[in-house]
Design a protein around this ligand. Structure first.
Ligand code: ADP
Ligand code: MG
Length: 397
């Protein structure tokens, strides 16, 4: 990575203003944190800063407040959880920038931790308002961006503030960029990617960019349907995007011309309703009857995809193979997750995308993967070949 990290700067006695991604899921009824993965992922950076003589001022967004304070989206539960994880006090205040925030930040001693309020309570955050960036910059001596999951957004706390302080990457940011960026820029070959999920229109740019880099691209999930439609198959009531058929055709042609293997499902699990208890059947993709829809890849397809993955040295997976939320349509996703788990020690395996990560975790296979990305949107933009604004703004090595 060509960006400076917290390892490259002197931290002794400094106040580190750290953008973390504490955008954790909350239980609607109780407000409790249902998954603290993102808080745990930020701990190594915070520990490192504290161990090297810095004090730490943390900022994050949480949820989608309507540009004003929302008691349900305050960061207090996050502060409590972080305090448990760090085993030291975390001071929390109810403002992001304010005279109180400044006074509190300036009173910090090395080893102290302060958590600011949800950055998105301030309407200037998402506008990337320089006024807010300047206000934030007064709270620290150096800026550390560890919020990979928010790095695709150019907001005041993720991008703007980096122009007012020496700005470096945290350890999570570094690890995410090294894993995803490393695989994309200099993969060990064969390099195979698996793309799934509901809609092709969400991921056209991803597929386009990946086709320039990979040896093979395997397509599953609802998005495969539009590729199948492009080949003239009748798909019954399957989810299809007719407006993307031409794009699907051109991606298939593009793969052919460039000698890339673009694999599509040959069979599918179909259902007579979009429901967990629907009647199901296994059919070849050219025989989906009226009134039925494809909800998972079939056993023949799984066989082909497993074979394509068997010798891979680098694999990136984004998007489930079927409606894995319903057990009847989870087998394709489970089989691919297992195939990747079987590559442990043989290949670099990277999972990006909120639902794919959830699927792998649900299946208990997360610790068999080389890297699980904490940022769905940000990892997609990297796969599209875009530069992330939150990364671009950091100091070069
Ligand atoms: P990710 O979050 O990993 O990037 P997406 O958000 O693109 O993945 O897609 C995930 C969703 O796609 C899941 O909710 C899943 O149910 C849905 N999906 C997968 N296959 C199908 C299908 N054949 N028909 C309809 N929806 C599907
Ligand atoms: Mg998703």
């Amino acid at each position: 990575m060509n960006k400076k990290t917290i390892r490259d700067i002197d931290l002794q006695g400094k106040r580190a203003l750290v953008r973390v991604d504490f955008n954790v899921p909350l239980d609607k009824a109780t407000g409790q944190i249902t998954d603290d993965t993102r808080i745990r992922a930020a701990v190594p950076t915070i520990q490192y800063l504290l161990e090297h003589g810095a004090s730490v001022v943390l900022m994050s967004h949480l949820g989608r407040p309507k540009k004003q304070a929302d008691d349900k989206l305050r960061l207090d539960p996050v502060g409590h959880r972080l305090q448990e994880l760090l085993g030291r006090p975390v001071q929390k205040i109810n403002t992001t920038t304010s005279p109180e925030a400044e006074a509190t930040a300036h009173a910090l001693k090395p080893g102290d931790v302060l958590l600011l309020e949800n950055t998105r309570f301030d309407p200037r955050e998402e506008q990337n308002d320089p006024g807010l960036s300047e206000d934030l910059a007064r709270l620290g001596d150096v800026y550390v961006n560890d919020a990979f999951g928010a790095a695709h957004r150019a907001h005041a706390s993720t991008e703007g503030v980096a122009h007012y302080l020496p700005a470096v990457a945290g350890l999570l940011m570094e690890a995410e960029l090294a894993a995803l960026g490393g695989a994309l820029d200099h993969p060990e070959r064969p390099f195979v990617t698996i793309i799934g999920g509901a809609k092709i229109s969400d991921k056209i740019n991803v597929i386009e960019n990946l086709l320039t880099k990979v040896d093979a691209l395997l397509i599953g999930g609802g998005m495969a349907n539009t590729f199948l439609l492009a080949q003239g198959y009748q798909l019954g009531d399957s989810l299809v995007e007719p407006e993307s058929v031409d794009m699907a055709k051109s991606l298939i042609d593009n793969a052919h011309t460039n000698g890339k293997h673009l694999l599509l499902p040959v069979d599918a699990i179909i259902a007579d309703a979009f429901a967990p208890d629907a009647n199901t059947n296994i059919v070849s993709v050219n025989t989906v009857p009226q009134g039925w829809r494809i909800l998972d890849i079939g056993p023949e397809t799984i066989k082909h995809y497993k074979a394509a993955l068997a010798g891979a040295k680098t694999v990136i997976w984004n998007g489930p193979m079927g409606v894995f939320e319903m057990p009847a349509f989870a087998e394709g996703t489970r089989a691919i997750a297992q195939a990747l788990a079987d590559l442990q020690t043989k290949a670099t395996t990277i999972i990006g995308g909120g639902d794919s990560v959830a699927a792998v975790e649900q299946m208990g296979l997360a610790d068999k993967m080389s890297h699980i990305s904490t940022g769905g949107g940000a990892s997609l933009e990297l796969l599209e070949g875009k530069e992330l604004p939150g990364v671009a703004a950091l100091q070069d090595k």
